[in-house]
Structure formats: structure tokens, C-alpha cells
Design a protein around this ligand. Structure first.
Ligand code: SF4
Length: 460
């Protein structure tokens, strides 16, 4: 807090190797999150206990749900000689003690640095009979000194289709729908929209019902939710794949396209009007289904609210920090509302991000600053140079919010000091309404607080 208060306004040195207040978390966090989107899956972290504890606690603090995961518990010996024997023993123990249907193994900085060959260890585990009949074992590499939690999520989703997807040669009429890194509530909404469209959607991973499960009074090691193994296996026979977020889903969607001959259409995460339209139209084009009146109704409600309240959003300057897929979607929506997405930083690398933002904001009559990879220190400095009306990002932005007295809309990962994100979606038409509601509350709440008595109005 004190450090942030001393954030200098001007940038005197262009930092290259140093990140301050990163706008990302580590790769295995994303891999573990994706793995939890499979029904009866036990994620496993191949590294030290400390890493696994961090990955679990990051997800637990965000979702306020219990998260079980295994660890290879590296000690000095395994750090020097490799963790193969630890992982082989762990796989055997986890299947026999906890009875998951699948174990999803990801690596860590340590196991990657010493050069453990996960592919070889996984094959050895299978050939030595450590995977019981009918059970599955998948893996992905997640060296966290590159990328972010989004890269890890993408790698694990890729691991799912590489390890599980099968092609029988007979199409099953389903559409694979791969949500990008988003909330359990968003995954549920993405699935619901497909259902309303009358599309047989195969949504995976799907953390709905796993990381927003109800309290029943009884401990359930594996909650009811999550994508079923049989459905992920059937992804190889789908008529098409829709990936929602290039960073998080492109790898898996393209693999299904090239290996299983399932054509893919990679879109953005459906935040706001146009991006949701794109998702609906992709479902329609892939299946030949017409858009039902129920979807028109939801869309119409959003358009109505946008026109009724546009005056309060017009020209408002916003600073955003988060994941590229999420920021691209949010930026589109802000532009649809005639707002100014003035500053954007993402901790997940990727040259395409800045190009995408420039394209979306090309007609916005203001300078747009983008940094990728960038951090929240950058964002804070820009805000000090020219303030904004609103912040959108994860909980860590609350320090900037307090320092600069600017309202914060919590969005992205992690959110550790508020509720609602796992229950109420921000994707789709209904999600866009919720985003609008939150932004309007922040903007008009500020006005109610700051207006003089002579300007204070009952009705705006
Ligand atoms: S050491 Fe690497 S894998 Fe482990 S918690 Fe840190 S960044 Fe993540």
C-alpha cells in the first residue's frame, strides 16, 4: 500500500527485466483450473509442495470452494535426480486412495528446469499398469517462467484433447465449445446459450458445478459438475469446434482441426453485444439452426438498456488490467458503449494483443495506451499522468483504486475480496447487462457522493 502511494508519476527508466505488481499468475494455476473442469478429475502438480499449495490456494481464494490436488512433493533428492519415482508412486496412490476417473498432471518451474520428461513418465506409468482399467491419465507442460495462468490453461486444454479425443469416423452431431479462461458462471452461461439455440453443445472444460457447487452438508470429493470424460473423448467426432478466446483455446481447437478433422472457428470471449452475436451466429452457421425468439428477446433487452443508459457511459475513461482474451472482449464492449478504454495492460505475452486492441479502438477519439506484457505499476503511472473514471481488473487493483480514489469493477482472476463472480456470468447478453449494472453503479455512485447539494438529483 505504502509502496503504491510512492509510485512515481513519470517513467524515468524503461523496465525490461523487472515486473512490479504483475497482471497474471503462474501457468500451473491455469492448468489446475482447467483440469478441475473435468468431472471426477484430480489434478496433480509435479513439483514441490509449496508450488501445489500456491496453485490450490489461488483457486480456493478466488472461488471459496475446496480444491483437492496431488503433488510430487519434491525434496532435495528429487530436485537433483528427478521426480520420476515420486510421480509414479503418486499416480498409483492417488488412483487407489482417492479413486478419481482421471488424473491431470502438470509440471512446474522446478521439474521443467531439471528436465523431467513428463511424456516419458506418463507412458511408463501406463505401461507399468499404474493406471487402472477405465481410468485416464493426461499431462501438460507448464513452465511458469514463460506465459501465465492463461498459457497453463491453454496447455491443459490441449492436453485434454491430445490425450482423450477419439475419432471413430462417424460424426455425432455435437459442437465442441471450449470456453476460454473464465468463471464457472460464464461457462454455465456459454452452455445455456447453446442449449437455448437448440445446439447439442459439448462444453469442456466446464468448472460449473465444481467450483460453484452448492453446500449440501456432505463432503463430496468430486462434485456433480464438470465435463464428462466420454464427452471429451467424443470431441473427435464433433461437427465443429468453437473456441472462445484465442489465447486460451486456440491450441486445443486447432489440434482437433488438424488431428481429428473437426473444423474450428476461434472467436473472442462473448462479452458485450457484438461478441455474443458472433458466438450465436457461429452456433447457427455450424448447425444450421435458426436463432430462436428467446435469444432475440435477451439481445433486445441488452440493446434497450444500452440505448437507455448510454448517456452515463459516454466518454468515460477506463483503465483495464487482465488476460488478453478477457480484455479484448471487454474493450469491444466498452467501445460499443461509447466509453474510452484508455489504458490496458496484460501480463500474458502475445504480439497479437496490441494489434487487436488497436483495431477495436481505431475510431475511438482518444489516445489508447497498451502494454503487453505490462504490469499494474505501468497502469498506475499512466493513471497518475492522466486519470480515468473507472478501473476494471482483479482484486490487486484495489490498491490503485484506493490510492487514486477511482472506483474499481472487479473482473478477472483472482477476485479474493468479493463474491458473485462464480455465480453470475458476465458473458452473453445477460452477462453484458450485469457488467453494465456494475459500471453504472460505480459511475452514478461516485456522482451521488461527489455532487454538491444543489446538483444532487433524485433522478438522473
Ligand atoms: S515456482 Fe513456478 S510453478 Fe511454482 S508457484 Fe512459483 S511460478 Fe508457480
Amino acid at each position: 500500500m505504502t509502496l503504491l502511494r510512492h509510485t512515481p508519476k513519470e517513467t524515468t527508466v524503461e523496465r525490461e527485466a523487472l515486473t512490479i505488481n504483475p497482471a497474471k499468475t503462474c501457468q500451473p494455476v491455469g492448468a489446475m483450473y482447467a483440469a478441475l473442469g473435468i468431472h471426477r478429475c484430480l489434478p496433480h502438480s509435479h513439483g514441490s509442495q509449496g508450488c501445489c499449495a500456491y496453485h490450490r490456494s489461488a483457486i480456493i481464494r478466488h472461488t471459496k470452494e475446496p480444491v483437492a490436488a496431488g503433488t510430487s512433493s519434491f525434496t532435495e533428492g528429487s530436485s537433483v535426480f528427478g521426480g520420476q519415482s515420486n510421480l509414479l508412486t503418486a499416480i498409483q496412490n492417488m488412483f487407489s486412495v482417492y479413486d478419481p476417473d482421471i488424473i491431470a498432471v502438470h509440471s512446474t518451474c522446478l521439474s521443467e528446469t531439471i528436465g523431467d520428461d513428463l511424456k516419458q513418465i506418463i507412458e511408463k506409468a501406463k505401461s507399468e499398469g499404474k493406471v487402472p482399467e477405465g481410468k485416464q491419465l493426461i499431462y501438460c507442460n507448464t513452465p511458469s517462467y514463460v506465459g501465465s495462468h492463461v498459457t497453463g490453461y491453454s496447455n491443459m486444454v490441449f492436453g485434454m484433447v491430445r490425450g482423450l479425443a477419439k475419432s471413430t469416423g462417424v460424426k455425432n452431431g455435437k459442437v465442441n465449445i471450449i470456453p476460454g479462461f473464465c468463471e464457472p458462471s460464464d461457462m454455465a452461461e456459454i452452455a445455456r446459450l447453446a442449449q437455448v439455440m437448440g445446439v447439442d453443445g459439448n462444453v469442456f472444460p466446464n468448472t460449473h458445478g465444481v467450483l460453484n457447487a452448492p453446500l449440501t452438508g456432505q463432503h463430496q470429493m468430486y462434485p456433480e459438475g464438470g465435463a464428462k470424460l466420454a464427452d471429451i473423448a467424443a470431441s473427435g467426432d464433433a461437427i465443429g469446434t468453437i473456441g472462445l478466446g484465442e489465447w486460451a483455446t486456440g491450441q486445443a481447437a486447432k489440434h482437433l482441426d488438424s488431428e481429428n478433422k473437426v473444423p474450428c472457428n476461434i472467436l473472442g470471449l462473448p462479452f458485450g453485444l457484438e461478441a455474443t452475436d458472433d458466438y450465436i451466429m457461429a452456433l447457427s452457421e455450424m448447425t444450421g439452426k435458426t436463432v430462436p425468439a428467446a435469444i432475440d428477446f435477451e439481445r433486445g433487452q441488452l440493446v434497450d438498456m444500452m440505448s437507455d443508459y448510454s448517456q452515463y457511459f459516454y466518454g468515460k475513461r477506463v483503465a483495464l488490467a487482465g488476460d488478453p482474451d478477457q480484455l479484448i472482449g471487454l474493450t469491444k464492449f466498452l467501445v460499443e458503449l461509447d466509453m474510452i478504454p484508455a489504458y490496458l495492460v496484460s501480463g500474458t505475452p502475445g504480439n497479437k494483443f496490441e494489434r487487436a486492441i488497436r483495431q477495436i479502438t481505431k475510431d475511438v477519439p482518444a489516445e489508447i495506451k497498451v502494454k503487453c506484457p505490462g504490469d499494474m505499476f505501468h497502469l498506475h503511472q499512466w493513471i497518475k499522468q492522466e486519470p480515468v473514471d473507472l478501473l476494471i481488473g482483479n482484486t490487486y487493483l484495489k490498491y490503485v483504486s484506493r490510492d487514486e480514489d477511482i472506483p474499481l469493477i472487479r473482473h478477472g482472476f483472482p477476485i479474493v475480496d468479493r463474491m458473485g463472480h462464480t455465480m453470475f456470468p458476465t458473458v452473453g447478453y445477460k452477462g453484458a447487462l450485469r457488467l453494465m449494472e456494475k459500471m453504472l453503479e460505480a459511475i452514478l455512485g461516485r456522482r451521488d457522493r461527489d455532487d454538491t447539494e444543489t446538483k444532487f438529483e433524485l433522478v438522473y
